[in-house]
Design a protein. Sequence first.
Length: 315
Amino acid sequence: MGKSPKGRENRSRWLVAAVAIAVFVAVDVALVFVATSSGSLPVSTVVPISPSAASDDASTPIDAVDAAAIAPSSRLLTAWDASSAWRLDVGSCPESDVVVEHSVDGGRTWDGYDLGANGGLSSATALQAIDDARSVILIAFATADCAPSWVESSTAGSSWASYPGRTSTAWFITPSNRAVVQTPTGPLPAPCAAVVGLASIDAGKAAALCSDGQVHRTDDGGVSWTLSPTIAGAAAIGSTVDGYLVASTETRAACQGISIFELGSSRDGTPEPVTDCLASDTTGDDIALSGNISAIWVWAGTSVLRSRDGGSTWQ
């Protein structure tokens, strides 16, 4: 029997420091007005998309990346509830356009918004549903110079506003330097030579999946990290309301697909199985996970699946 995600939903699990502090509250109305009045980041007409058939001391010297290192995930997924979710393919900067897809029917159909062709955004690094089913935050890299950019939509993707100054207060990884984690208080050393997946709950709590398959957790905003118990075959990581989801592709005779574990946010928490085998045609780097108070979502291979009962059944 899987463990259900618990707790309450936050406006943004990995962006609390940036969005909650008084200074942003004071200027938010003005920023929204400026972004809206300037017509920033217009989007294309909605296009229907068919449904998807280490050490506690971060300064400790780190080893070189293993030759058999796991690859960074090529996807991002964030779900607001059991019906609404956002997803995208990461791509690379400056070659790729950011195309964000939004579903309101549990992942059966998706609408696409091209922020590359119309917003000048390339490879994305973070995606987070906020506030309600129509709202999302995206951090991507500008096509012109591959600098990080923060954009938001509160209209289900029909319009977007840009907040360039907020990227310095968010959790994310820059692909060109995976030995550094951008935290809500600034860039800090990663717990390993290369972080391939990052999930966060709030300004202090986050988990990093490293290229050697190990997961490290922090509860002090990335100042120090603790190595978590090994999850064999770990390939992707996502957040729930009060913990993390880890997908494993460890080969087992009885399973053609992935298994999923939940890992609590405390440094001494141990992995608990959510589902032992979820059938999938995944190749390993095409997995993204997201959990909320209503459901667990998994995008793996050509399928998007949800569980409303903590992993016991999927649809």
